[in-house]
Design a protein around this ligand. Sequence first.
Ligand code: GLV
Ligand code: MN
Ligand code: MN
Length: 413
Amino acid sequence: MVIEEITGRIARDLEHLKQFTATPGNGCTRLPFTKEARQAVDYLKELMKDSGLEVSEDAAGNVIGVLKGEDPDAPCVMMGSHYDSVYNGGDYDGIAGVICAIEVARLLKEEGITPKRNFVAVGFCDEEGTRFGTGYFGSGAMLGHRDVEYTKKFSDKDGVSIYDAMKEYGLDPEKVGEAAWEEGKIGSFLEAHIEQGPVLDAENTEIGLVDCIVGIQRYMVTVNGRADHAGTTPMDMRKDAVDAATKVISKIADWAREKADGTVATVGYINTVPGGMNIVAEKVEFTVDIRSRNNDNINDIAARIKKALEREVKEFNGSFEIVNKLTITPVELSEEMLDIMENGCKERGYTYKRMLSGAGHDALEIGQVLPTVMLFVPSKEGRSHCPVEFTKYSDFAKAAVIMQSLAKELLLK
Ligand code: GLV
Ligand code: MN
Ligand code: MN
C-alpha cells in the first residue's frame, strides 16, 4: 500500500467524522453520551466492520474492533485513542488516533500476515473529562478503575450524572464494571496522537516518540470571606475573598517556573461570588491544574498552595476548601517499543525526536499498569483544543506506517 493511498483513506474517514459535532462551523464539540458521540461510534463501527474486524461496544461506551490472531487468549496488542472532544475543539485530537488504529488493522490485513495474538483497535469514551470534570473514563473502565459508584459521583453543568447520561444514551451504568478486561489479556498499548504543542512543527520534525507523559493533579479551591459594602467597609475590617485568593493565585505560576522537568501550573477558571463591582466578594472559586514529569514537583506545588491558603485566610479569619478532582502520576513509556519505532523511522527516513507529553492521554491511564507507547505527529503552530487545530493527513499516514511495523513485530512474537 503506497503512502498516498493510506493518506486518502485516513482523510476520507476524518472528513466524514468532522460532521459529528454539536457546534458546526465552530470546532468539534463531541461530548460523551450525546447524539454526536453516538453518530461517531456508529461510523467507527461501520469502518471496523468494513475492515474485517469483529466489532463490539462495551459497557463504558468504548468501541472495540478485533483482528483475530492464532491464539485469541494470548495477551493482545491494543491500539487506540478517544472519540470525544473538548468544547469547540479540533477535528483531530483523539479521533485521529482511533482512525490510525483502524488503518493499522487494515494494513495488517492487507499484508496478509497471520498474527499470533489479537490486534485490538479501540475508540475510547470520555478521555477529556470535559462534560463531568473527570477524565479517562473509557480507558479507566477497561482497566477496572471505574465502577457504578463513580458514575453516580460526578455530574455535568446541568446536574446530569454520568449514571443518568449513560442510561439516556442506552448504556447500563450498573454494568460499567463489565468493561474491565481480565488481567493479562492486554499485552501492550499503542496510541498515536497529535502533539498539541509547537515543538515538532517548529523544528520540522515528522515524528515524536513520547518517552514520558506528565503526571497531573487537579483541584477546585473555594475561599470563603464575607460580602460587605465596597465603600464603607475599612480595609482592615473586611473579609475579602478576592484579596486572599489572588495572593495565592499570583504565586502559583512562579512556583512552577522554579521547577524543571516540564513543570506547569494553570489557574484556568476563577469565579467571584456574588461578582458585583461594589461588593466585597464573599467567595472565590478557582481551579488549579499542575503537571510535571517529576511527581515531587506536583506534590510540592500542591502543598505550597494549601499552606498559602491557610496563611491568607487566617489573616481575616476566613476559611477555604480544596477538592482534589484528579491525581495521576507520570509514566515512563516502554523503551523496548520506543526503540522499535525509532528503527522504523530510520528505515523510512522520517525525522524523529524523543519527547515529553505535557497533555494527558488514555496512554497515561493505561501506562500506569501496562507496557505502553505513544507517537506524536505535528500540530500546526502547536494549536489544539480550539477549532484551528490542524495536522496534515499525510502525517497521520506516516504515524500509521510506523505503528503498523511496531504492531507487526509485537503480533508475530
Ligand atoms: C487533555 O487533553 C489534557 O491534557 O488536559
Ligand atoms: Mn484533548
Ligand atoms: Mn486527546
